[in-house]
Design a protein around this ligand. Structure first.
Ligand SMILES: [Fe+2]
Length: 385
């Protein structure tokens, strides 16, 4: 199976201080979508509004987007956009703010659309008739500034919906590592390991190709080098920018090559037990590398770039990196009791098998395989099948 397209934002600005590129946008009116208070406190929001003003763009702000943004928040933002009629939508902040802004954009452009209509992948109608979209991330993990994904939560049903459509790929991404200095170490660790799961899964995906492979490989190398530094020295701008670039490159790789069973399984650990997404990926990744290694030789390339040889070497390098940023090694170590785990194992196994990310995994798993990998990742046993 081969991918047939390669989708990117029209421009990706990257580097310290590139927030200033907001000055070069053209438009009349912007709605900025942001999260709680960190962009306000750090002065980034004010700076952004000042830069827009310099290019004659008026702006209003929709703030307070919560982690795991709800459909209600999205509808409120879309209502503000319908009132303000922006020709620019700018998501600034963590991935939740940008994801929410992407979904608001859909309902602003198509007010008659319902969430139910756009849940099936690739069903969002053409955007950009009313506004273009700028993404300015302040965390280095999801790569949402360059991806076709927006994750929205229905709190009443307790379900997360990943909206997927290349229409959602932003027009402009601004990847400025200076915005990341306020990220706490645990968030730096978890989001950085999420990015490592993106590039690793994209690299071995059945849809990987000569367009995605170099980006995925480069991103892996940058994360192994820079994550421990960004974790220990939050104000080290070189490390922050390297992590931000690596996350963006991983985003470009996986939005085009898709993911695999690390994500299919991590979605269950997040949904059922509340394990942070990057942490869940990091717990699962070494054992999934071992499991997949009978179906692909590509982990050896990643190991060689780190001065090692085999897939097993790559799995153990991930384990070392994970330990160096104090992320738990097992589900048990994260704090889930044996009885809670046993009670939910059947359900998370069934749900993981139904996850869309299974499709591009290099080895086709059986339900029994997924269950055994989960069991190994609970206790810390190495996968040997
Ligand atoms: Fe992820």
């Amino acid at each position: 199976m081969a991918a047939i397209g390669f989708v990117l934002p029209r421009i990706t600005y990257h580097g310290i201080g590139t927030l200033e590129k907001l000055k070069e946008l053209s438009g009349n009116k912007a709605v900025i979508v942001t999260g709680g208070s960190s962009m306000k406190k750090s002065g980034v929001l004010q700076k952004a509004q000042d830069f827009l003003k310099e290019s004659g763009i008026a702006s209003s702000v929709f703030d307070g987007v919560e982690p795991d943004p709800s459909i209600e928040t999205v509808k409120k933002g879309a209502a503000l956009m319908n009132k303000e009629e922006p020709d620019l939508i700018i998501g600034i902040g963590g991935c939740s703010a940008i994801d929410a802004a992407k979904a608001m954009w859909v309902f602003y452009e198509h007010p008659e659309t319902t969430l139910e209509e756009i849940i099936p992948p690739f069903t969002i109608k053409a955007l950009r008739k009313k506004a273009s979209f700028v993404a300015v991330p302040s965390t280095s993990g999801t790569g949402t500034e360059v991806t076709c994904v927006s994750v929205i939560t229905d709190r009443k049903k307790g379900v997360k919906y990943p909206l997927v459509s290349y229409e959602l790929t932003p027009d402009i991404a601004i990847v400025d590592g200076e915005l990341c200095v306020s990220m706490p170490p645990s968030v730096t660790a978890n989001t950085g390991l999420d990015a490592l799961a993106h590039n690793t899964e994209a690299y071995v995906s059945t849809l990987s190709d000569p367009y995605t492979d170099p980006l995925a490989r480069q991103s892996v190398n940058m994360i192994f080098k820079s994550l421990p530094i960004a974790y220990k020295e939050p104000e080290n701008l070189d490390a922050r920018q390297a992590m931000h670039d690596a996350s963006c490159l991983a985003g470009i790789a996986f939005t085009n090559a898709l993911l695999g069973i690390v994500h299919a399984m991590a979605h269950q650990l997040g949904g059922m037990f509340g394990i942070p997404h990057g942490c869940a990926n990091a717990i699962l990744m070494p054992n999934v590398v071992r499991y997949n290694s009978s179906a692909t030789k590509k982990y050896e390339d990643l190991a060689k770039a780190l001065g090692k040889k085999s897939a097993e070497d790559y799995a153990s390098e991930i384990e070392k990196l994970r330990a160096s940023v104090n992320v738990p090694a097992t589900v048990q170590e994260y704090g889930i009791s044996q009885s809670d785990w046993d009670a939910k194992l059947d359900e998370i196994t069934t749900n993981a098998m139904a996850d869309a990310c299974v499709g591009a995994n290099p080895r086709t798993p059986t339900e029994a395989d997924i269950r055994k990998i989960f069991e190994c990742c609970y206790s810390g046993k190495k996968v040997d099948f």
